[in-house]
Design a binder for this molecule. Sequence first.
Ligand code: HPA
Ligand code: ZN
Length: 346
Amino acid sequence: MPQVRPFATDRLPDLLRCMPKAELHIHIEGSLEPELIFALAQRNGVQIPYASVEELRSAYAFSNLQSFLDIYYAGASVLLKEQDFYDMARAYLLKAAQDNVLHAELFFDPQTHTARGVSMATVINGLHRACVDAKAELGISAALILCFLRHLSEEEAFETLEQALPFRDKFIGVGLDSGEVGNPPEKFARVFARCRALGLHLVAHAGEEGPPAYVWTALDLLKVERIDHGVQSSKDAALMQRLAQDRIPLTVCPLSNLKLCVFPDLASHNLRQLLDGGLVATLNSDDPAYFGGYLNENFTQTFAATGLSSQHAYTLARNSFEASFIEDAAKRRYIDRLNETFEAFQ
Ligand code: HPA
Ligand code: ZN
């Protein structure tokens, strides 16, 4: 990895914003801005229990993951038509392009929609069309990862997988999200084994609020390729060693961790500890409409609060491409563009 010369810290925010990067942990339903929620509610004749955009936004004060999930699932209730899913993903991809995101892997929660009578075809076709158009019109590559809701049963996850398989060419992998504590990875061991046999990429949220034990079982029983969040891993030295040795990427989301009270403030975030421990950490926005910032906002606020350096910036951006599920030739092209940006800044 090239040594990055340190330079005046007042230039660091500019570098963070303009450096090419990938986003690997973004729930597309978590990019629904209050304005779009209200517009879609009106378009679809859906009632929402908030009188205005301001009132909805002022409800975004969370004490933990579950307090957020309650509002997040309510917000998603305005999504009914294929065009709604397209518009949501399009709005995110436009923001990502402005943040110099070259590649994005988008989580989606089909069970949140199929439970309301929306078909799997409506969800996947709308999101996938936005990904195709983003490549042609914005120059961003984007891919979909289907997440199973872990507060539901494994049987329901199997049913969801069956419904999604006719669209197998439109998503690249599966993940595991929603309320973590009490829903350990092992609850989904059989469905993940089936997804693995199908050649799908595997990821799972683990160690966001849950203990290091959940990270271990995500690795050993689900056989995931990346851990989403994983910040609780720093409590377990043997786990840190395992993650570093096997180069298992963590998709870390500092503004999410702040808003869900995983850390009391950004200055206390353990991103530096994870990087210094040799882990392949990446930086991501999680649910940017709810947590107060898209990817560049996560970079600039986290670096300002923790004093990370230009070398850390390079490592995080490079890790984002290395940890992505794009083919090697595209990875190399993106890393070349990253190197050019850093050389121009020296
Ligand atoms: N954790 C778990 N489930 C989620 C999240 C998260 O951060 N965001 C959306 N669903
Ligand atoms: Zn998440």
